[in-house]
Write a protein that binds this ligand. Structure first.
Ligand code: NAD
Ligand code: UD1
Length: 342
């Protein structure tokens, strides 16, 4: 079976994808500097799968380290998750985001070029779509009108990858635009582990449910939506991880550049998610209605026809399952991975 280098493999989406890769028989090498994760997640991946994962604790911006990894291993393709992802932090510190996300990706592509390994799956985001487009978003819609450095870094990397393909047709590239990943592996051993107070809705809800945070603030009930709260396309992280394997298969077997939305194609409002969580987990979520968060769009959901038709992508995990698995992870790991790390 092919050997896959997973950058950012200790992170949320990366760790779930490593599980799916190992369970499907791939050999996996991971590089992560653990700036937003813990190597404990890799130990958990090995526990779940009973398989070994080769781990390099390193920064993808280090040419020397990436060179060493490619020299020591026969790598067939790369799944590239490593990046910073906090929108607000990116507004406060744009250079950090451009340095980490752009320089890291350029360094990675340079080394791949050097070793003649030109197959890559890249984590992009629904955030690249323009505010002016009407949902559902499809891959042909314009991109680039982004309002923050994080989103811009994703847009620019997409453009860099297109340029790379134009310059050298030997590259095979799959760009995956995620909508809102939530949930966790159903064992509850790996999951999303944000540092500090979560920015994203689901980890905030699980912490309120467990009493670790007092109250959720719903960012406004004044949107023009069915209940006044924003609508998003939540996708279970295991369904998302499985999507990576389909994209990987495509880059391993075809010479292509393709962009795919990965979502469910169904929108769910903030209030609907909170209600679904209460019902699925039999808990009450203490919440209040607050003001709008800058940059939030009222309605974001995907048109997933392309991924369905070309990759055979299909999600199977419901909102209920997303809530149950998120809560199960939080209950089993109230302090995330940190309580297990010395
Ligand atoms: P995450 O922070 O959990 O994982 C990213 C991993 O990359 C972390 O383990 C971090 O330590 C590592 N990393 C960051 N910079 C690095 C560097 N320079 N060198 C080595 N490792 C580095 O985030 P995630 O939710 O798993 O997201 C994975 C990817 O998907 C990111 O690129 C993110 O932008 C993208 N994405 C995520 C979401 C989401 O909601 N989770 C949505 C759209 C896109
Ligand atoms: C956010 C980012 C997006 C990024 C994604 C993954 C913004 C504007 N967008 O997406 O670029 O790719 O995270 O990291 O930051 N909500 C509340 N209360 C909360 C938290 C969230 O009401 O405490 C609401 C938000 O207004 C939104 C929904 O819940 O309507 C989902 O929020 P979130 O999980 O942060 O995801 P996005 O905003 O879609």
């Amino acid at each position: 079976m092919p050997t896959i280098l997973v950058t950012g493999g200790a992170g949320y989406v990366g760790s779930h994808t490593c599980v799916e890769l190992l369970n499907s028989g791939y050999d996996v090498i991971s590089v992560d500097n653990c700036c937003n994760s813990s190597s404990e997640s890799l130990r958990r991946i090995e526990m779940i799968t009973g398989k070994k994962i080769d781990f390099y604790e390193a920064d993808i911006r280090s040419y020397k380290m990436l060179y060493k990894i490619f020299k020591e291993n026969k790598i067939d393709a790369v799944i590239h998750f490593a990046g910073l992802k906090a929108v607000r932090e990116s507004v406060l510190n744009p250079l950090l985001y451009y340095d980490n996300n752009l320089c890291g990706t350029i360094n990675l592509c340079n080394i791949m070029n050097k070793f003649g390994i030109k197959r890559i799956v890249f984590s992009s985001s629904a955030t690249v779509y323009s505010d002016s487009s009407a949902p559902p978003f499809d891959e042909e819609m314009p991109t680039g009108e982004v309002s923050n450095p994080y989103g811009r870094s994703k847009y620019v990397i997409e453009e860099i990858l297109k340029d790379l393909k134009t310059s050298d047709n030997a590259w095979s590239i799959s760009v995956l635009r995620y909508f809102n990943p939530v949930g966790a592996h159903e064992s509850g051993t790996i999951g999303e582990d944000p540092l500090g107070i979560p920015n994203n809705l689901m980890p905030f809800v699980t912490k309120v449910a467990l009493g670790l945070l007092p109250c959720l603030t719903i960012f406004s009930k004044d949107y023009k939506t069915r209940d006044g709260t924003c609508i998003r396309d939540y996708i279970h992280v295991v369904d998302l991880a499985k999507g990576h394997l389909l994209a990987l298969k495509e880059v391993l077997t075809k010479n292509t550049i393709d962009i795919y939305n990965l979502g469910t194609g169904v929108g769910c409002s903030v209030l609907e998610l909170v209600e679904a969580f209460e019902e699925a987990c039999n808990v009450k979520i203490n919440y209040k209605i607050g003001g709008k968060r800058q940059g939030d769009l009222p309605i974001v959901y995907a048109n997933v026809s392309k991924a369905e038709n070309k990759l055979g992508f299909k999600t199977s995990r419901s909102i209920k399952k997303m809530c149950e698995d998120s809560f199960n992870w939080q209950i089993k790991n109230p302090l995330g991975y940190r309580q297990f790390v010395k």
